[in-house]
Design a protein around this ligand. Structure first.
Ligand SMILES: [Zn+2]
Length: 413
């Protein structure tokens, strides 16, 4: 049995290891905070599905935790009222409090509604380390298609112009020290079952596709890139650019997997659907996001078996219950080496999403890894290394951030 001092050392590591938040999104500008429902902090549900989130375990736990830090009654009404009152002169301090413990944020700023949001640089005033960008590929392509289709009549020529400029933009991002990776939401658009290039001859090398899908897209000037051939083509193009890049460390692609809103085709959201793509580009690092929830074991399997696959275990904090989070941590560790696992908040819009993620992660890590220590499955040193790897070292290495782990800069609460 480990003694108290060993459990305490583990707890100290969980609370003081600075966190590299490897996947999150911008905060809303203060004047736009009321545009989004606060209820979405713990749920991906929208519309008529959202109100019932009040009876989810994720929500009721968050109410208790938020009321604790706000010093108000343990009801959602009281919490909402207090959160709205924070949006005054104290806003910057409150935001900083919510981000305590986070060293730096890797920001995917390719969301819809970015007009209402702060830039990724905004985090620099809130965390000790500098934030970096993750470039989302789909909005980039959509912008290029809109631009070139508005000035070029012939679909084939417009397609060729998009490919040339997209390639140039990706190459520029590969050299940009502010950009540490890419992100694809193909999971949301056409699913993760991306065919291998040999199944789609037009995807090989630099051959320009004259696909009917592009002609349709060009004709209707759709604002959303959602045609299997096209989405797959551009993701292959991204992977080819990364594969062929000559830098010592290759910038990873983050893929949305699993947990998302009702826009997702759940049957095509399992990380296992991505296996062919993973095998096609063994030198391209891929981070599969959101614990692949509910397909967490599939994620752990892939990250264990492929050198280029990494498992992110974010978003489930605070989106699923405590028991669900504990299952996620246990399931990912069933097979997956801890040096392939990274943590993130998937924080977005509201600073409280970061706060909840950090507080809940600490509770769950203490319970699950503490249990492993009690059982003798890991010793104190291994438990601490696991924590430091998942929260800091693995992301520091993969995204080539070059940071030094300085525990004194991190809040211990
Ligand atoms: Zn996200």
């Amino acid at each position: 049995m480990p003694n108290r001092a060993e459990q305490e050392a583990l707890r100290a590591a969980i609370h003081s290891t600075p966190i590299i938040d490897n996947h999150a999104h911008p905060l809303l500008k203060r004047e736009h905070l009321s545009k989004h429902a606060l209820l979405t902090m713990t749920s991906e549900a929208h519309g008529d599905a959202l109100p019932s989130t009040k009876s989810s375990l994720a929500h009721v736990r968050a109410v208790k935790q938020l009321s604790g830090i706000l010093g108000c009654e343990r009801t959602w009404d009281a919490v909402e009222k207090q959160l709205e009152s924070k949006r005054g002169a104290d806003w910057a301090n409150w935001t900083r409090t919510c981000l305590q413990g986070i060293e730096c944020v890797l920001v995917d700023d390719g969301l819809d509604g970015m007009d209402s949001a702060e830039s990724y640089r905004h985090f620099d005033a809130l965390t000790p380390g500098k934030s970096k960008r993750i470039v989302r590929i789909e909005p980039l392509v959509e912008e290029l298609i809109r631009h070139h289709c508005s000035r070029i009549d012939k679909a084939d020529d417009a397609f060729a112009a998009v490919v040339v400029e997209l390639r140039a933009t990706i190459l520029e991002a590969l050299c940009d020290t502010e950009v540490v990776g890419f992100k694809s939401v193909i999971c949301y658009r056409t699913g993760l079952d991306i065919p291998a290039p040999e199944d789609r001859p037009e995807m090989v090398g630099n051959v320009v596709s004259t696909s009917p899908a592009f002609k349709t897209f060009a004709r209707i000037h759709a604002s959303r890139l959602e045609h299997p051939e096209l989405n797959e083509y551009y993701v292959h193009l991204l992977a080819v650019c990364i594969r062929d890049s000559e830098t010592e460390t290759k910038k990873p692609i983050q893929f949305h997997t699993g947990l998302g809103d009702n826009d997702i085709q759940l049957t095509k959201a399992s990380p296992a659907q991505l296996q062919n793509f993973i095998k096609t580009y063994p030198s391209v690092p891929m981070v599969l996001l959101h614990a692949g929830y509910p397909y967490t074991r599939e994620l752990g399997y892939l990250a264990a078996m492929y050198g280029n696959v990494y498992a992110d275990i974010g978003e489930v904090f605070p989106m699923v219950s405590r028991a669900g989070q504990e299952h996620v941590v246990r399931q990912i560790l069933e097979l997956c080496p801890w040096e392939k696992i990274m943590w993130s908040t998937d924080g977005h819009w509201f600073p409280e999403t970061y706060f909840l993620a950090v507080v809940q992660m600490r509770e769950v890590f203490a319970a699950v890894i503490g249990d492993m220590l009690s059982q003798g499955d890991v010793d104190q040193e291994e438990g601490v290394r696991l924590v430091e790897g998942v929260l800091f070292s693995n992301a520091n290495r993969l995204y080539n951030l070059g940071l030094t782990m300085n525990k004194s800069t991190s809040a211990c609460s």
